[in-house]
Write a protein that binds this ligand. Structure first.
Ligand SMILES: [Zn+2]
Length: 82
């Protein structure tokens, strides 16, 4: 199967880089949520669990399981502002 073109459009980064940068953020007390692009339908998915990274992601739209380690991912950072 050809991956959906959106997997190239979105700024997904290599797994190892993302994990490294996310760990630094978490150490600084920043909450991060993993994001990835569905390999099949191309929708952008965000994981519901803070500070957790998965190697496989199930799409909420089409149910397809994407190999996140292969396609890369990104994260969304939440800052607590007092
Ligand atoms: Zn999908």
């Amino acid at each position: 199967m050809q991956p959906h073109p959106n997997t190239k459009l979105h700024p997904n980064h290599p797994w190892d880089d993302v994990i490294k940068r996310a760990k630094e953020k978490i150490k600084d007390g920043i909450i991060v949520y993993q994001k990835f692009t569905c390999e099949k339908c191309g929708t952008r998915q965000t994981m519901p669990d803070p500070n957790k990274f998965y190697t496989l992601g199930d799409c909420e739209e089409c149910g397809h399981r994407t190999d996140i380690k292969k396609y890369g991912c990104n994260y969304m950072a939440h800052f607590a502002i007092d």
